[in-house]
Design a protein around this ligand. Structure first.
Ligand code: ISL
Length: 565
């Protein structure tokens, strides 16, 4: 940025890599990835050129929900390694200029956390009030709220004679954020990690932490019953503001990313407005496009490109703050299987998706495996699934309706969170080079074709395309912060947008379809003097002479001569 001092937050120019440690790389052959395994693959991250890594939870946990059920916030699950391994990884990342973001899971704990054990044991003690309890008769829960994993959000605890709330698994009791001691302890714990040199938090379902005291029934027709009450709740802003004042503001240069379920642009603007408590949020509007709001989990809705454009355009134009960008994470299908074509056009469409993600204003989060175009897993039966959400939903459907597992297979293949959690595919060897033991989840059989080793060798691979895009983003400062403008909003297969600032304009042309499509620059779009910056296919004609875009073709044009960041 010339000679002027950099006052911008680092995360505005960053590309973040989301790393799911359990499935990354296993060095002790227990079938589970570990921190030394990440260290062993650190050159992969370095070569890709990412600026930060977000690690999914590595804390001590009984793993009822993949580690989102924390038993001890201040120690690591032994399968991942110990604190020495952690410090080594932190230092090696930092040495390469890669920051480290940890997952903060404070809407709930594990039921094996000492707070909950004490809460259960002693009705008079200080811990009971750290969770959300209500009196009630067995079989008659306090309200109709549902768990995200199916069934009631309330479990009757015989030993206590009351219900406790769990918006997720019954082994994940919700914390009561109205309790000041609880909040103090959470803040201490956050400091404990920040003092260990991490660079920020991704905050799990942070907009669910404040529940209305009267716990009103939810609309039974919504896919997650109660969500209009427990999402974006009454004291959420106060809690986030206090967290900012008491913890975050004491540290320089942090990134704070709030995972916000059922948060619209307006809600999110309150959380990320300039000087607000969060740097950015993850919203779900685009990943909800294939959910049929009436039929819920058990169906997959057809969506079209104008709808997708509308979502991203709305967030670009209306959010009062910085955008967090993602096309997939550990909670759903693979990006190329959901938004691209994971069959014949896998490589081209995975590159198109990467082009999109990495040319949008905001901070892109690239999920592990997407840099090589990993796909969904061909699930055959429930024995291949670990994900408690899928198992819970399947069980609920089987109990309620006249369906068999076979009837659910297509939905499950489209939705199961394990699609994104199968082991990282490093090589074409057995178990994809992930482990010498038995992997905790099956390895996708397509690892013989789709793997890091093959990607690295092939200069036209998804990996090298991602690497070049990340480099380009660094060289073209317009991209992270420019003004986004959508062209051809109703076009069914072309996604065309410009990102501009001052006199500089970047033009992105994406043919988001399986068909070759005629292209004519829309009236008003006159990007003079443009140079092709990157494309996912050979481009044999200049823009003016282009009348068609090939299927899944992606091109990025901009002014000639790159800026030095
Ligand atoms: O995964 C989902 C849809 O398939 C969501 O409902 C998901 O549960 C929601 O986005 C919240 O996710 C986060 O909190 C959960 C945990 O299971 C997820 O892995 C985590 O990302 C509870 O901690």
């Amino acid at each position: 940025m010339g000679t002027a001092p950099r006052e911008r937050a680092w995360w505005k120019d960053a590309v973040v890599y989301q790393l799911y440690p359990r499935s990354y790389n296993d060095t002790d052959d227990d079938g589970l990835g570990d921190l030394p395994g990440i260290l062993e693959r650190i050159d992969h991250l370095d070569e890709l050129g990412v600026d930060a890594v977000w690690l999914n939870p590595i804390y001590d946990s009984p793993f009822a929900d993949g580690g989102y059920d924390v038993r001890d916030y201040r120690s690591l699950h032994r399968a991942f390694g110990n604190m020495e391994d952690f410090y080594r990884l932190r230092d090696e990342l930092h040495r390469r200029g890669i920051r480290l973001i940890m997952d903060l899971v404070v809407n709930h704990t594990s039921d094996e956390h000492p707070w909950f054990r004490r809460a259960r044991q002693n009705s008079e003690g200080p811990y009971r009030d750290r969770y959300v309890w209500r009196d009630g008769e067995p079989g008659r829960p306090p309200n109709n709220w549902e768990s995200a994993f199916g069934g009631s959000a309330w479990t009757y605890d015989d030993s206590v004679g009351a219900y406790y709330l769990h918006l997720f698994h019954e082994k994940q009791p919700d914390l009561n954020w109205s309790n000041p001691d609880l909040r103090n302890d959470v803040y201490d714990m956050m400091r404990w990690w920040l003092d260990r040199g991490i660079d920020g938090f991704r905050m799990d379902v942070i907009n669910l932490i404040s529940k209305p005291d009267d716990l009103p029934d939810g609309n039974p027709d919504l896919p997650w019953v109660g969500v209009e009450h427990f999402a974006n709740g009454p004291n959420l802003i106060d809690h986030l503001t206090e967290m900012d004042r008491r913890v975050l503001s004491d540290y320089q240069d942090l990134i704070t990313v709030g995972e916000c379920v059922a948060a619209g642009v307006k809600d999110a603007s309150d959380y990320v407005r300039p000087n607000g408590p969060l740097s950015m949020v993850f919203h779900f509007d685009h990943v909800m496009l294939d959910v049929d709001l009436e039929a819920g989990w058990g169906s997959v809705r057809e969506w079209d490109l104008p709808e997708l454009k509308e979502v991203f355009t709305r967030w670009q134009h209306r959010l009062d703050g910085w955008n967090g960008l993602h096309l997939g994470n550990h909670d759903g299908p693979r990006a190329v299987s959901r938004f691209g074509n994971d069959g014949r056009h896998r490589t081209a469409s995975a590159k198109l998706l990467a082009t999109f993600l990495l040319t949008m204003p905001g901070t892109p989060f690239l999920y592990q495996g997407d840099e090589i175009g990993m796909t969904n897993y061909p699930f055959e039966g429930p024995e291949e699934i670990e994900d408690p959400e899928t198992l819970g939903r399947v069980q609920q459907a089987l109990e309620r309706e006249d369906v068999s597992f076979e009837d659910l297979r297509d939905v499950l293949r489209a939705r199961c969170r394990d699609n994104a959690r199968t082991p990282m595919q490093w090589t074409d060897e057995p178990n994809a080079g992930f482990t010498g033991g038995d992997p905790w989840l099956p390895v996708n059989p397509n690892h013989t074709r789709i793997n890091v080793a093959q990607n690295r060798e092939d200069p036209d691979s998804v990996f090298h395309h991602c690497r070049r895009l990340i480099e380009l983003r660094r060289q073209v400062p317009v991209l992270p912060e420019g003004d986004y403008r959508l062209w051809l909003p109703e076009h069914p297969s072309l996604y065309v947008y410009t990102v501009s600032r001052a006199e500089r304009e970047i033009l992105v042309l994406l043919n988001w379809s399986d068909e070759e499509t005629p292209f004519e620059p829309p009236a008003g779009l006159s990007p003079g003097n443009v140079e092709l910056l990157i494309a996912n296919r050979d481009v044999d004609r200049p823009l003016e002479a282009t009348s068609r875009l090939r299927l899944w073709e992606a091109r990025v044009y901009g002014p000639g001569g790159r800026e030095t960041p």
